[in-house]
Design a protein around this ligand. Structure first.
Ligand code: PFF
Length: 463
């Protein structure tokens, strides 16, 4: 990113692809399907889509326009507009710090599955307790996490993300084609369980697409809203400083409005397809009870899908997990790069020294997170009704608790202190029209602050 900060992105396509590379990661392929399944499918999906078009658009626009107008990284961007709001930059910077403590752990899980398919032992992975016994073992998850972190740090250390970006531009289309192909295959599945009940992929698809409001209560609705909103933040990489930093590299003549539309479309498209790939398969093999299994969902259901494909399933499984590893790596690099770039400025240290220190600190933190499944195991009830161990707790603190707070403060700052006109001017600086101008102003001044405040209180358990 250092190299980019000198030259900026070459044009809007470069910007869209790099921003999408950060946005598309395990959030889309792993986190989105398990939340959608947990929250009953259709209702979650409907709320999520509505949020992308309103909140997602508002928050992404705000972040990117702040970045381009101030030409600053998140840590200093807010303070450069108004010194009283300098604290918001620091608060925002907390998010990548928290996420980096566990993103590499999930990267390690994905990497482990690459080796499962590489060794040809794919039938092992279809056993229902395979994933749980892997993550709760003491050594293996740490080894895989350390390999994943080492690769991330290696790339940031040598400042070669440009090369990796070029590589990810080739991998991304491949990943999308794979996900679409596996999704279609998932729909053709059928399975008769031990009670003689036959379930089909198409029934699973209906569960995913059709909102079912029976038994819906206000607090249940709020919980789904919080889940969908936390997913939106995480998936789009908004309210965490990343998009502000990327915005600062974009040239003035780039049509921001159009770029934002593409980033939203790309990120949401991959998430929706990943849902079609995972949810019908879980339903077919494990019924509706299986859908509540949470973070392990993708790792439990996909091996069954690959097994159902016969011998070709081993190769498809291998290529799939390899591609997910790369998507995870591009996101993890974007988080690590943000941390390194900011700490370099803060402590006036070289890139290499900062990368090494960050690598050691966050690998140590990730070891603690890995041990959260055995040595440090606890079950903490969260205000959203789920029970959490360390990884879930970090995820909850960053995505469900801090992000609504940061978004609330950002919207109040832009909507009432700076005024939306400041953002609109930046959006139109390229000479293009900002078509969703009215929607933006209403969202940033009224709707977003109210909903964000409600979600913040909901996440604390007050509401
Ligand atoms: N948006 C990424 C995903 O969906 O996996 C995750 C992510 C990337 C989070 C970059 C935070 C970040 F700074």
């Amino acid at each position: 990113m250092k190299s980019k900060s000198k030259g900026g992105f070459s044009g809007s396509l470069g910007f869209i692809l790099v921003a999408a590379g950060s946005a598309v990661g395990v959030g889309n392929i792993w986190r989105f399907p398990y939340l959608a399944a947990q929250d009953g499918g259709g209702v979650f999906l409907m709320i999520y889509l509505l949020l992308v078009l309103t909140f997602g658009f508002t928050l992404l626009t705000t972040d990117i326009a702040i970045g381009r107008r101030t030409k600053q990284k998140a840590l200093t961007a807010f303070g450069s507009i108004n010194s009283k709001w300098d604290f918001l930059g620091k608060l925002t910077f907390l998010i990548p710090i928290i996420i980096m403590t566990y993103y590499g752990v999930i990267g390690g899980w994905v990497l482990k599955y690459v080796t499962v398919y590489l060794s040809g032992n794919k039938s092992q992975a279809t056993q229902s307790d395979y994933f749980t016994s892997f993550i709760s073992s003491k050594v293996s998850p740490i080894v895989f996490m350390l390999i994943f972190m080492a690769v991330t740090v290696f790339i940031v250390y040598f400042g070669v993300e440009k090369g990796i970006e070029r590589f990810s531009k080739m991998v991304m289309p491949g990943l999308i084609i794979m996900i679409a192909g596996i999704a279609i295959f998932s729909l053709t599945l059928r399975y008769t369980d031990t009670c003689g009940v036959e379930r089909t992929g198409m029934q699973g698809l209906m569960l995913y697409l059709k909102p079912d409001f029976t038994g819906m209560t206000f607090s249940k609705f709020l919980k789904i809203l919080l889940d969908a909103m936390s997913q939106l933040f995480f998936s789009l990489s908004v309210s965490m400083g990343i998009m502000i930093t990327y915005g600062s590299y974009v040239k003035k003549d780039v049509n921001l409005s159009r770029s934002i539309k593409y980033i939203e479309l790309f990120d949401t498209g991959v998430a929706l397809l990943a849902g079609i790939m995972v949810i019908p398969a879980v339903y077919v093999f494990y019924g509706t009870q299986g859908m509540t299994s949470g973070p392990g969902l993708m790792f439990i259901s996909l091996p069954r899908v690959f097994a159902a494909m016969g011998s070709i399933g081993t190769i498809i499984g291998l290529v799939f997990f390899l591609m997910v590893t790369f998507a995870t790596l591009t996101s993890s690099i974007s988080i690590m790069e943000t941390l390194v770039a900011n700490f370099m400025d803060l402590f006036h240290m070289s890139r290499k020294k900062t990368s090494l220190i960050m690598g050691i600190v966050f690998s140590a933190a990730s070891v603690v997170i890995c041990l959260g499944y055995n040595v440090f195991y606890f079950k903490l009830p969260l205000p959203n009704g789920q029970s959490a161990q360390l990884l879930d707790l970090m995820d909850y603190v960053s995505n469900s608790f801090l992000m609504p707070l940061i978004s609330f403060l950002t919207c109040v700052f832009i909507g009432w202190v700076v005024k939306p006109k400041w953002i609109v001017e930046e959006m139109e600086a390229s000479g293009d029209k900002f078509t969703r101008k009215k929607l933006y102003s209403v969202m940033v001044r009224y709707v977003a602050p109210i909903i964000m405040a409600a979600l913040f209180f909901q996440s604390t358990g007050i509401l």
